[in-house]
Ligand binder design. Structure first.
Ligand code: TYD
Ligand code: MG
Length: 454
């Protein structure tokens, strides 16, 4: 065999080159190329005659539909993020910052599954058996069907699978795994790619669902992120604000279900608790009738969530006033400020603007536009919006307010939480027969919205 050689490999996308470059020509990441030892022949590259029997093409119409089997884990918020449950043979990547609660979440999921009679194997390369036991005690885990192993060598893990025959496998974390057949260091993109590749093959072959835990690097992505995300079936991100106890489980990709779901948890002394009514949680700390605070109805995945949007508009002492957005897109905020200036004639030119979404939620839907507009104006004018008013609608560049999808669900959630009025775009009243307890204020422009609110 040829001697091992080294290549420079982009740790973001896997691009390979013989010489070092400051910027990856493939994914344009800076300083992402790292020199790695690569084996002359990747073990999984097969010669043509080794390729398995080719399947013959069949007319599409003659195929019988396969029902994607889905097994709920018994943890509603986790199942929700997965699109209803785990699909046998699927590989799920769970990413997130260190300390956010990934290990806790996966231990609790395995514990739930073991309650239904399934054997779960939790392989940790991060912690010692003693540390795992400490956490398990804190979580109140007593099942004998939850097995743990501290192992980082892929070949040994495969042997464990043979001997223990678990129904579910968790690997904590992908960055600590290594295949002994490769010279590269654990956590390098070569190892991440090879171990992930073998695990995906294993899951497909055996039908065992595999959960891979991955650490997010400070750039906000998993080491080898693009690569891993393409290889696995489902990508979940666990995120949250350190100063808060909420944790959000966000679906980033799902081959077997909706690609944008949101599970909500709360971190307690005894582990993660499911939050079945997130709106109530997010609104629980709301300062009623304070200028700059409004409640918007946003759709996150398949359900409506009500959240408080706060704005603080204050005279600036800087030549370049500050525009700071947390939880909403900064570009969108600039656009909405411009609409208010141009179409309504408000002056934000010498004001610092801060917008914040309570609870660490990120709102990406245009439906929150009207809420941001209302919060900005409320703070500028120092006049509160009535606390029982729900606001949503997309705002266009001419200052028009447009209708958004799923109006009815948003209103129902509002009525459930005691809201009495809703401000929304004109032309939906006849679709809203089922919403009885809300007074609907229909408007067609930002100007009109502000007239009704203040
Ligand atoms: P952990 O699951 O170790 O995070 P990760 O695997 O993502 O690095 O969770 C670590 C944090 O969670 C730690 O700061 C302590 C806290 N925690 C609780 O508040 N309650 C609990 O019951 C547990 C197990 C952890
Ligand atoms: Mg951990």
């Amino acid at each position: 065999p040829k001697p091992p050689r080294t290549l420079f490999i982009c740790q973001n996308c896997g691009f390979q080159t013989g010489k070092w470059l400051g910027k990856c020509p493939e994914c344009e990441a800076w300083n992402s190329l790292v020199e790695e030892v690569v084996s002359p022949e990747p073990p999984y590259r097969r010669t043509p005659d080794q390729v398995a029997v080719r399947s013959r093409p069949t007319p599409l119409i003659s195929l019988s539909p396969s029902q994607e089997e889905r097994r709920p884990c018994g943890c509603r918020e986790f199942d929700r993020a997965l699109g209803g449950g785990v699909v046998p043979g699927s590989v799920v990547l769970l990413g997130g910052d260190p300390g956010i609660g990934k290990s806790t979440l996966m231990l609790q999921v395995l514990d739930r599954l073991s309650g239904s009679g399934f054997i779960g194997l939790y392989v940790s390369g991060e912690e010692s058996a003693g540390q795992l036991k400490l956490r398990a005690d804190r979580l109140g885990i007593t099942s004998a069907r939850l097995l743990v192993a501290t192992e980082t060598c892929l070949e040994n893990i495969l042997k464990l699978l043979d001997s223990e025959k678990p129904h579910y496998l968790v690997l904590d974390s992908i960055q600590t795994l290594y295949a002994a057949s490769l010279p590269a260091a654990p956590g390098s993109i070569t190892q991440v790619r090879e171990t992930a590749f073998q695990l995906v093959q294993l899951a497909k072959r055996s039908g065992i669902p595999i959960f891979l835990i991955g650490h997010v690097t400070k750039e906000g992505a998993i080491a080898g992120p693009k690569l891993l995300e393409h290889m696995v079936d489902t990508v979940l991100y666990f995120e949250g604000d350190r100063s808060h106890t909420y944790r959000l489980l966000r679906t980033v990709k799902n081959r077997f279900g909706p690609g944008q779901e949101l599970g909500v948890f709360e971190m307690r002394q005894t582990g993660l608790a499911e939050v079945t009514n997130p709106s109530a949680l997010f609104l629980s700390e709301r300062s009623l009738e304070a200028p700059g605070s409004v409640v918007v109805a946003s759709i996150e995945g398949s359900r409506p969530i009500l959240v408080e949007v706060q704005a603080l508009v204050t005279p600036s002492s800087l030549g370049m006033p500050r525009r700071q957005a947390a939880g909403v897109d900064a570009g969108r905020l600039s656009l909405l400020v411009a609409v208010l200036e141009k179409r309504v004639g408000l002056a934000f030119g010498n004001q610092d603007i801060f917008v914040n979404v309570a609870g660490g939620i990120r709102l990406t839907e245009p439906a929150v536009d009207l809420g941001i507009i209302a919060a900005l104006t409320s703070s500028l004018w120092e006049r509160p919006v009535a606390a029982d008013t729900l606001i949503f609608g997309e705002v266009g560049l001419t200052g028009e307010v447009r209708t958004v999808a799923q109006t009815e669900v948003r209103l129902q959630e509002g009525a459930k939480l005691g809201f009495r009025r809703a401000l929304l775009a004109k032309g939906q009243r006849n679709q809203l027969r089922s919403v009885k307890d809300l007074q609907i204020l229909e408007i067609s422009s930002v100007r009109e919205a502000l007239r009704r609110l203040f």
